[in-house]
Design a protein around this ligand. Sequence first.
Ligand code: FAD
Length: 513
Amino acid sequence: MRFLRSSIILFLIYIALKINLCVPSIPSLKTLPIAGHFDFKKVHFAAKDFGNRYSFLPLAVLHSESASDIATTVKHIWNMGSGSRLTVAARGHGHSLHGQAQARQGVVINMESLRSPRMKVHTGNFPYVDVSGGELWINILRETLKHGLAPKSWTDYLHLTVGGTLSNAGISGQAFRHGPQISNVHQLEVVTGKGEVVNCSEKQNSDLFYGVLGGLGQFGIITRARILLEPAPKMVKWIRVLYEDFSTFSRDQERLISVKSTYDYIEGFVIINRTGLLNNWRSFFNPKDPVQASQFKSDGRTLFCLELAKYFNPEKMDVVNQEVVSSLSQLNHIPSTLFQSEVPYIEFLDRVHISEIKLRSKGLWEVPHPWLNLLIPRSRIQSFSQQVFGNILTNTSNGPILIYPLNKSKWDNRTSAVLPEEDVFYLVAFLTSAVPSSKGSDGIEHILSQNRRILDSCDIGGFGAKQYLPHYSTKGEWRSHFDTQWEAFVQRKSTYDPLGILAPGQGIFQKAT
Ligand code: FAD
């Protein structure tokens, strides 16, 4: 009887300890001396992202006002040691796909509420802008344009935060020339997993600087960034031409990115069995000659569209026109398929947002997005395209497919970004939307199985592909993703976030308990 009683008591003590470990003390967060505030009730928004497939409810959301709020919170959790299971996820605009900005029963930091530093543009010979890590790129564009300046490198969609894109890379059609966004940052202020606020750059704390760039949020929370600027043009000449076969299309693309290009932006996309040929949801495009555009028939074929942009100011219009005419004459597209438009610079850069508004109004924005983004070495892109467009995606693509080459020389190999081995590689982005509850070819299961077939064909073909915005379920998969960079990545984790507090939603490391 005595034995039974002491066993019950021991069991109750064990449960009490367990509960204490699992349900961290809300009061302890409440007492922290911060300028912002914690919300323990309205936390559901932080369990959602653009992917619309993963949902992990946090314990609290920190609406931070300063880097010091973030440092105080992380330090508090760091001081709790491995006895606490609390983790911390910085949430930018929540546009990740697999819960990367979420923290199950942890603290989510709402980065957009960060008030400092106030955005400050520095003009002069080497202009730059200092911004908060939670700033949206669209706001940076609007502010820098007031000074006739703008960042050099973009993403296709600007309603994303600086911290969110710098944690990956930030790739768009300007990257062939300027590199991704992580190649266009001079300085960062970072809160590490120990709650320390550290300034870093190429010269100062450079290991942390390069680690954080492309580091999937693993080593620190970016609270400030210094971003390089260039003179902003007023207008953009926006051009699309079509190709019937992939090899001619990619040959032209590769030539365009290798020479001192006429163009400021080079992308491309695939059109599978579609009408409405020149538009896809991620951008509006109104060619000057809509009649000609509407007369072109794809007849169910797969076509490849090269998309180019040339920046200009109206006073230089004639020179620019001549340059463009001369460069287009060297391309091998289907002759009748040259479509052009001229739009203000801001309209061009913010083009996806216009489609977002349309899709939102039809309830088609907040649907599941089982996106797959791959980086494929140039030497394997023909085989990849034959496999994917010849065998796997023959009838429909359930969304835009981007495909364009990038120069590795514009990337800094000291960052955490993982790239294929060759000097030129392609970004291939399958930007699919699923129809909720559909069991057909537009349903989530079908699209996921197509994604798996694409990934399998990369493995079987030995294409040396790397995932961009990577998502894996096992340590082994992460290890093989990072490959030769894995040891350095683990080393940086143990230096800057040894307890594994930060960015749990990436699923790379588990918090030490
Ligand atoms: P979140 O989703 O909030 O966070 C992403 C990850 O970064 C999380 O792990 C989070 O913890 C971490 N994080 C967030 N803020 C910080 C911070 N301040 N410090 C440290 N870590 C942080 N990408 C491209 O490269 N090119 C494109 O053209 C492009 N187009 C896109 C278009 C759309 C419509 C969408 C939805 C996404 C697109 N992306 C593109 C992908 C996008 O860049 C990434 O998903 C990016 O992470 C989203 O930014 P966010 O602010 O929403 O980040």
